[in-house]
Design a protein around this ligand. Structure first.
Ligand SMILES: CC(C)(COP(=O)(O)OP(=O)(O)OC[C@H]1O[C@@H](n2cnc3c(N)ncnc32)[C@H](O)[C@@H]1OP(=O)(O)O)[C@@H](O)C(=O)NCCC(=O)NCCS
Length: 165
């Protein structure tokens, strides 16, 4: 288990850079969310996927810099499990703690649900995201072989990561 787990409480209040706001995602955000997804994801979610995700209350968040959508997180709750399904920050706004803030806001929002564990999947090649998750106390549970569609038709493994809530 990661050494961070013992002391990093993901439900602590979230600190944000100036002029940045976090709030629940709603359907009016979706055009900007889909545009960001298309810039950032190798196999982007469709508009319909985001619409369906909105059915899970308190689990979809956006971050804005002034009037510009600069990041989002989507999750699902299955009984006592929180599954992080999608997370993205616009290239020019990275490295300021926005992904960390989105994850922590999500955890604060669901803290009245008896969540036991948080799960996620990440591409084997996505070392930046893996570093983020390890910093937040996630550790490797296993590998799903060929889970993702990769570049040039080559399948890519998914790393399964989790941490106790
Ligand atoms: C992964 C991603 C969401 C990180 O967003 P971010 O807002 O830049 O992340 P944060 O600023 O909260 O970074 C927190 C930690 O992540 C790690 N990290 C972030 N960017 C990094 C980089 N370029 N190189 C190495 N580590 C990095 C660091 O450990 C960092 O902590 P530190 O600043 O104390 O070193 C963003 O790069 C992104 O949107 N990538 C494309 C989509 C994606 O990969 N989504 C995740 C799918 S599983």
């Amino acid at each position: 288990m990661s050494p961070y787990v013992a002391y990093l409480d993901l439900t602590e209040p979230v600190e944000l850079p100036d002029n940045t706001t976090l709030r629940l995602m709603n359907s009016a955000d979706l055009p900007a969310v889909v545009a960001l997804e298309q810039q950032n994801a190798l196999t982007p979610w469709s508009l319909r996927s985001f619409e369906l995700s909105l059915n899970t209350k308190q689990a979809n968040w956006v971050v804005y810099f002034e009037a510009t959508l600069v990041g989002f997180i989507c999750a699902n709750i299955i009984v006592d499990e929180l599954h992080i399904l999608n997370l993205s920050v616009a290239q020019e706004y990275r490295g300021q703690g926005l992904a960390t803030a989105l994850i922590m806001q999500l955890c604060r929002a669901v803290k009245d649900v008896p969540i036991r564990v948080i799960y996620l999947e990440v591409r084997q090649s996505n070392k930046v995201a893996q570093k983020l998750y390890r910093k937040l106390g996630f550790s490797l549970d296993g590998v799903r072989k060929g889970y993702y569609q990769g570049e040039r038709g080559i399948r890519e493994d998914a790393l399964l990561m989790s941490r106790d809530f």
